[in-house]
Structure formats: structure tokens, C-alpha cells
Design a protein around this ligand. Structure first.
Ligand SMILES: Nc1ncnc2c1ncn2[C@@H]1O[C@H](COP(=O)(O)OP(=O)(O)OP(=O)(O)O)[C@@H](O)[C@H]1O
Length: 313
């Protein structure tokens, strides 16, 4: 098993109290697996991604463990995590495209980055990986500003995976791109896994349709917790959690006109994570909610690899 996350709790300290952004999340990721992580804004997707590689100053772990390839990650020890970053676990952050240092040509930028990690660039390997994502070698002699958004995003992907990490976390890497560039970036990520540049991947996104194309499994989060996790086809074709069903119903379908079918969002909004109510966090918005939902639903394995946290599933 490549990654095991057990009962992970990560909170943000704020003046008003702790924001319980991850509140007891457990899941496994197998060698070679691509996990799509979806859910409404604020459900804790980025917090999970950041917790696995670099916690920011306000984040603190209140419980749980993360084990990568049999070794526990010291996620709350920034200095010790340096041994793991890039080499074992790498992140393509949200807005990575604009994070490239504008004053350096790409070649120098890559060399500096690797030197900081005690590694050197093998120019042939670098160019072959760039070719893999359709970037010609001339790109190395350009400044980041001279590349299109899609090219910059692909360059960031190449840089993040140069040291062949076990786990790559891609956080909203396609959201600022047009649809055809999104597909190219998604295909490139698949190619990286298939070529063994990365072993497993967590693909964080709002885009359930795109996730379905590249992920083996999909995990749906709601208000800091796991709602449902299953093989991608099962999530899309036979979801069991009422939240997953509503999330799918709220997606626009290609070829269906607005006049024929109303595009409804999910009524209501998620609870505050400052002091969330006890019991199922989705119950105020759930069409199936009943008395038992006042208690926390356990995560149940309804079928092999199909986990659901719902009394009514
Ligand atoms: N630095 C911070 N300080 C306090 N609260 C934070 C901080 N960052 C995130 N949060 C809160 O933690 C919760 C989870 O946020 P997170 O960014 O992980 O969600 P997300 O699912 O990735 O959202 P999005 O899809 O909008 O990126 C939210 O309630 C958010 O308001």
C-alpha cells in the first residue's frame, strides 16, 4: 500500500477558535492508483493536500497518522519533512503557474531548484520529460512570462516530478485552463503515472467529469470528512451517498438545454467548521435525513472498495 491516512485531523488556529478543516479522514491509496478528490469549496481538499507535504503556520495536527510506503510522515515537523518533499511526495499547488520565479530563465530555475534539494539536472532526462508533455527544449531558454498558461502548467508538472516521487498531489491544476488544455494536462498526468515518473497521485478538483476521465478511484469530501469513496465508475454511475448523488445531478450535461432541464445547485450551504453541529454534517441539506442522522454516521464498506458515511445509503 503506497499511502495510508488514518483518522487525520488538521485544524486551523484562528482568533475565533479552531477551524476543523480535516476532522477524522481515513483512506488508502495503492501503488499506481490515481485518486480524484472532489467536493464543494471549503470541504478540506486543499488542506488534505497541504497536510501531506507542507503545513502552513496556522495548521496543526490534532490527531491521526500518514504512512507513505511503510514510513510515517512527520507531517507537523517542517524540517524533517524536507527529506520527503520532492523525492517522496511532491505537490503541484493551486496557482502554481504564477509561482515560477519571473526573473530566471527556466533552465536556471530548474537547476537552482534541484541544487537546493542536493540533486543535479540530467539535461537529457529533463528534455525527454518535457517532450512527454509536448514542450520543446527551447522552452528552457525562455522566461516564465514567455510561456502560455498551459505551457507553464506543464513545465511545473515536469519540475515537480523530476525526482520521481512516490506520491504526487495535483491541486486544481486544470481550473485556470480552457477545456482542451485541461484535457492535455490531464493526459500528461496520466502519462507521468504510466511512465513511472510518479507512482500514485491525488488529483484535487471541482471537476467531477474531468476526474472521471483520469482517476481510478474518487473520494468525495463534505465539511472536513469523507462522504464516499469508490472506483470512479461506481461514483459516477451508482453513487450511494445522497450528497454524491446531488453533486452529480447538479452537473451540466452536454447536449441538454437549460430550458429542458433545470440546472439546480444543492440548496443550502455546508456548516461552519468552527463549531460544526454533532451528527451527519450534511443532514440540514439532505432529502433523506432522519432521526438517526443526529448521530455521526460510521464509514461503512458497502462493497469492496466502496466506502460510504451515511445511515441511509
Ligand atoms: N489559513 C486558514 N485559516 C483559517 N481557515 C482556513 C485557512 N485555510 C482554509 N481554511 C478553512 O478550512 C476549510 C477547508 O478549506 P480548504 O481550502 O482546504 O477547502 P477546499 O475544499 O480546498 O476549498 P477550495 O475548493 O475552495 O480550494 C474551509 O472552511 C476554509 O475556510
Amino acid at each position: 500500500m503506497s499511502l495510508q491516512v488514518s483518522d487525520l485531523r488538521v485544524h486551523y488556529r484562528t482568533l475565533k477558535g479552531d477551524v476543523r478543516a480535516l476532522d477524522g479522514v481515513s483512506f488508502d491509496l495503492a501503488d499506481g492508483e490515481i485518486l480524484g478528490l472532489v467536493g464543494e469549496s471549503g470541504c478540506g481538499k486543499s488542506t488534505l493536500g497541504k497536510a501531506l507535504i507542507r503545513m502552513d503556520g496556522r495548521m496543526h495536527r490534532t490527531g491521526g497518522t500518514v504512512v507513505l510506503d511503510g514510513e510515517e510522515l512527520p507531517i507537523d515537523d517542517d524540517r524533517r519533512m524536507n527529506d520527503f518533499r520532492f523525492r517522496r511526495v511532491s505537490l503541484i499547488p493551486q496557482y502554481a503557474m504564477s509561482a515560477l520565479n519571473p526573473t530566471r530563465k527556466i533552465r536556471k530555475l530548474v537547476a537552482e531548484l534541484l541544487r537546493a534539494r542536493g540533486a543535479t539536472v540530467d539535461p537529457a532526462a529533463l528534455e525527454s520529460r518535457m517532450a512527454h508533455v509536448g514542450l520543446p527544449p527551447e522552452v528552457l531558454d525562455r522566461y516564465p512570462i514567455e510561456l502560455s498558461g498551459g505551457m507553464r502548467q506543464r513545465m511545473v508538472m515536469v519540475i515537480s516530478t523530476l525526482l520521481d516521487p512516490s506520491l504526487l498531489i495535483a491541486d486544481e491544476v486544470t481550473s485556470a485552463l480552457d477545456v482542451s488544455t485541461q484535457k492535455a494536462v490531464a493526459r500528461a498526468l496520466l502519462g507521468f503515472r504510466d511512465s513511472g515518473y510518479v507512482t500514485s497521485m491525488i488529483f484535487i478538483t471541482h471537476d467531477l467529469a474531468l476526474t472521471h476521465h483520469i482517476a481510478d478511484t474518487i473520494m468525495v469530501m463534505y465539511a472536513g470528512r469523507l462522504a464516499e469513496k469508490a472506483p470512479a465508475d461506481v461514483i459516477v454511475k451508482a453513487p450511494r451517498h445522497p450528497y454524491t448523488r446531488l453533486l452529480l445531478d447538479s452537473l451540466p450535461e452536454v447536449g441538454v438545454r437549460y430550458a429542458d432541464r433545470r440546472l439546480d445547485g444543492i440548496a443550502g450551504s455546508p456548516p461552519s467548521l468552527l463549531d460544526p453541529h454533532p451528527g451527519c454534517r450534511f443532514r440540514d441539506r439532505c432529502p433523506l435525513a432522519g432521526e438517526e442522522c443526529a448521530e455521526d454516521p460510521p464509514v461503512t464498506e458497502l462493497a469492496p472498495d466502496h466506502l460510504v458515511a451515511c445511515w441511509k445509503a
